[in-house]
Design a protein around this ligand. Structure first.
Ligand SMILES: Cc1cc2nc3c(=O)[nH]c(=O)nc-3n(C[C@H](O)[C@H](O)[C@H](O)COP(=O)(O)OP(=O)(O)OC[C@H]3O[C@@H](n4cnc5c(N)ncnc54)[C@H](O)[C@@H]3O)c2cc1C
Length: 302
């Protein structure tokens, strides 16, 4: 790639957070490179909700519009590929990609997102983001008043079942094995007519991602319209940690109020830093990171 030296900022991750930061920086006349491997976490979801002006739009369409607007700024360059290695230099950072390209930049922003860890339940992956859902703010309205399941256990199950109960009174909690709810939590849940089922789940039967039944290991079945599930995740990229950025106890990159990580010159924004997981939040964090990086670049010459 021509002109791969001397970017003011390299942004790794060119989805909502990364593109938003690039817009703020590109409009600030900074020479910006976005490196993106094209795997946003919501790519299987047919419709994205709860983001002003784009409610109900396809996730890829939102990103496509964003990308076309950002790339109108001649200051911004987009590179399709995977960043696999990073090194700190005297003047900034070198980033190497899987394709063998190498780029230098003064500051680094990780907008790399997270990867969901799909449980070993047949059919779960095919339904993820379609009828097996992560967040009621994103998808609760569409399944309101329907028969909904929640896969969760312990304190989280208590918190999330109260939350989902706001959208439907026809709710079943699947602890998928022995319940770890306290007796007080279980009692409160049952008082709201939420059934607790401890049987282990073998399969989610579905029609092209739309759930029909939950099948238990004992062979019994339960008909449902949708499931909410709280599942684990890992950082999408190991580069932040390779460069010394620390993670908090939940697995998110530690940042301060200005999106700065624990390593000077490296910022992070979007899902990789927060459990408040939404397109709007990622876009806001990206804009903030862009402005804060620009501020730091100004302070370096004044
Ligand atoms: C199933 C599902 C449905 C959702 N539905 C909604 C919804 O309806 N409404 C809503 O507001 N939110 C929704 N969300 C949340 C929303 O998708 C995220 O909050 C948002 O995508 C976060 O944006 P991001 O830019 O931080 O990360 P992502 O969108 O995940 O993008 C990260 C980008 O970084 C790239 N990347 C990672 N590592 C590297 C690397 N080493 N080199 C190059 N590129 C790299 C990835 O390929 C990807 O393009 C949903 C999430 C999921 C999982």
């Amino acid at each position: 790639m021509e002109g791969n030296k001397g970017f003011d900022v390299i942004i790794i991750g060119g989805s909502y957070a990364g593109l938003s930061a690039a817009m703020a920086l590109g409009r600030s006349l900074r020479k910006v490179l976005i490196i993106d491997s094209g795997k946003p976490c919501n790519r299987q979801t047919p419709h994205s909700h709860n983001f002003l002006t784009q409610d109900g739009e396809k996730p890829a369409k939102i990103a496509e519009i964003a990308k076309s607007q950002v790339l109108k700024y001649s200051t911004v360059t987009f590179y399709e590929g995977l960043a696999i290695e990073g090194k700190k230099t005297e003047k900034g950072f070198i980033i190497n990609t899987q394709n063998g390209d190498s780029f230098t930049g003064g500051k680094l922003l990780f907008a790399t997102g997270i990867v969901d860890q799909i449980p070993d339940i047949k059919g779960f992956e095919e339904c993820w983001g379609i009828s097996v859902l992560h967040c009621p703010y994103c998808h609760g309205y569409e399944v309101r008043h329907k028969s909904i399941g929640l896969i969760a256990n312990g304190d989280l199950a208590f918190e999330v079942s109260r939350l989902i109960n706001n959208w439907t009174k026809d709710l079943v909690l699947f602890t998928n094995g022995q319940s770890t709810l306290t007796s007080e939590q279980a009692e409160k849940i049952k008082k709201h007519n939420i059934e607790i089922i401890e049987k282990e789940i073998a399969e989610i039967e579905h029609n092209q991602g739309y759930i029909t039944n939950v099948v238990f290991k004992d062979g019994s079945k339960q008909k449902l319209s949708a499931i909410f599930a709280r599942i684990g995740f890992k950082q999408h990229s190991t580069l932040p940690e390779q460069l010394g950025c620390t993670l908090n106890e939940h697995g998110f990159i530690n940042i301060d109020d200005f999106q700065k990580t624990t390593i000077p010159g490296i910022y992070a924004a979007g899902d990789n830093t927060t459990m408040l997981r939404a397109v709007s939040v990622a876009v806001a964090a990206g804009m903030k990171a862009g402005a804060m990086i620009n501020k730091e670049l100004i302070e370096e010459v004044y």
